[in-house]
Design a protein around this ligand. Sequence first.
Ligand code: 3HC
Length: 301
Amino acid sequence: KRPAGAPDKSLARKVTGVGIVGAGLMASQLAMLFVRQLKVPVILTDIDQERIDKGVGYVHGEIDKLQGKGRLSPDAANRLKGLVSGSLDKSAFAKTDFVIEAVFENLDLKKKIFAELEEYIAPETILATNTSSLSITKMAADLKHPERVVGFHFFNPVAVLPLLEVIKGEKTDDATLATAFATAKALKKSAVGSADLPGFVFNRLLIRTLGEVMNAVDEGTPFEVADNAIAELGMPMTPFTLLALVGPAVALHTGETLAEAYPERFHNSPGLEALVEAKKPAVWSYGADGKQVVDPEVAEL
Ligand code: 3HC
């Protein structure tokens, strides 16, 4: 069945080479997913060689894990590893026909990256963005070929969660959209078409939920009580564990975008701001017995 919002699949172009801009948490997971499912060359870039090496190292490690679980033969694992490379030089993206960026959530940075890439890639190469909440239309606005820009928003952990939001910008053309939906299918994801609105669909729910739990803490509910209160609903993770997985800075940025767009429904949390300011990578730490305990510094926020 054709997903809602997907054009006729006959318009889709074949993807034979993938470029990933960024080599961080989401980007390296994307590199793994694309190489595993599409089995085409995947090239990563970032701002320095160390980050690139770390991203490629992550992919190699995940391939080793699959081999260890008996899901890939040694030959298949080696072939996949051989398809992944990194380069500081964006001209190496010339042979790609599907590029996805997963860099820090900053509209100007993303616009600059896409404009630079246009110097090297073919006019029909797709420029996809994994943004959580920024406008696809604005991201494409100053490009020579805005019709090839599309939102392609994944969820962490990328290997496990099936949802993928596909977002059409004002100028996104049908061939781009059809290629995005066909690629989503090849990646074995459940694609959902979304309008180009702040937070798309999923992040409105996530930020509202995290925001309410944060409000409870900000207003004096003990951290553990607030965190465990809705876990019994059968959610796979408590809200603060999920916040640690997503990354407090990403959650704060998405929350700010939503608060700006819909001030009557979303507002910023002083607790979350303090968490990001303190550069806390996670809200959990491990006790001497190896069990997760609440980080006392964070519990005091
Ligand atoms: N990378 C690769 N594989 C992973 C993984 C990761 N980071 N984390 C877990 N897995 C795999 C495991 O290897 C295991 O695979 P196997 O069964 O084939 O061996 C499988 O997932 C299950 O792992 P576990 O038994 O360890 O874990 P759980 O059953 O406890 O599930 C979870 C872990 C899937 C992370 C689950 O807790 C979950 O779904 N949590 C909610 C995550 C969520 O809501 N994410 C959305 C975040 S929002 C976002 O990303 C958008 C952004 O814009 C903010």
